[in-house]
Design a binder for this molecule. Structure first.
Ligand SMILES: [Zn+2]
Ligand SMILES: [Zn+2]
Ligand SMILES: [Zn+2]
Length: 262
């Protein structure tokens, strides 16, 4: 690919428990297919030589080791549920090495929640060596990051809310059970959609697989990756039943798409 590009790495494709689920001996949890092994939901985006993490999932350290991530230039938070934020302390290793704070982006509610959950990180009185240093930015609308516009996409997540993010023609929308009317127009013209698709059965806070496919169809996205998956999904068995252009995400999956200069 010539010209600027955007690389996506699926760090984690699993729901909040991860797969295998502790104590579960079902066929998927016992499977030796690596695509049935799912760490907590997160992706890494790379453009212009920068690495942008979306969420600090519970398994962030293992994901970073697996993918050889030695640098994080920014973090975007979708929401403050445990599975999406509990790896936050491992950002410490990166900030210790560089001495620089990592720019972190989240909406006001999520920032407040993070401050409540991880009080020590935001406390100026704690020694900097014992906490990751974050440079906090409140997301109130689209913002520039390393020469690209990042567009926040408001999402409904059961009774709560979450933020998806769009960079170029790629959008990442977890956790999500419905799209507010105003978010549909932010998702036009996508090439790649990574979307919450928990399981086959419905759930009040997540799209089911058929609901996620319906969203992708409505948006006419050429390539859709279903993520935040439970152990109900047996990759080799169920992947063949998906419509053209729709696939299950798996840990370690990568793809690259062209990026237009802003
Ligand atoms: Zn989640
Ligand atoms: Zn299981
Ligand atoms: Zn959630």
């Amino acid at each position: 690919m010539t010209g600027p590009s955007l690389k996506l790495t699926v760090l984690g494709s699993g729901t909040s428990t991860g797969v295998p689920v502790l104590g579960c001996h079902c066929a998927v949890c016992s499977s030796s297919d690596p695509r049935n092994s799912r760490t907590r939901c997160s992706v890494l985006l790379e453009w212009s030589g920068r690495k942008v993490l979306i969420d600090t999932a519970t398994d962030f350290r293992q994901q970073a080791l697996r993918e050889g991530i030695e640098q994080i230039d920014s973090v975007l938070f979708t929401h403050a549920h445990a599975d999406h934020v509990h790896g936050i302390d491992d950002l410490r290793t990166f900030t210790l090495r560089t001495g620089n704070a990592i720019p972190a982006y989240a909406d006001r509610g999520v920032l407040d929640r993070l401050k409540g959950l991880f009080n020590y990180i935001f406390s100026e009185s704690d020694a900097p060596g014992y906490r990751p240093r974050l440079q906090v930015n409140e997301v109130v609308g689209p913002f520039d990051l390393f020469g690209q516009t990042v567009v926040p996409i408001p999402l409904l997540h059961g009774p709560g809310e979450s933020l998806g993010y769009r960079v170029g023609n790629l959008a990442y929308i977890v956790d999500c059970s419905a799209l507010p009317e105003s978010s549909w127009r932010l998702l036009q013209g996508l090439e790649v959609l990574v979307i919450d698709a928990l399981r086959f059965r419905e759930h009040e806070s997540h799209f089911s697989i058929s609901e996620a496919i319906e969203v992708a169809k409505k948006l006419r996205v050429p390539r859709t990756l279903l993520t935040h998956l439970t152990h109900d999904i047996d990759y080799p068995r169920h992947a063949t039943g998906l419509p053209d252009g729709v696939e299950f995400a798996y840990d370690g999956q990568t793809l690259t798409l062209p990026l237009l200069k802003n």
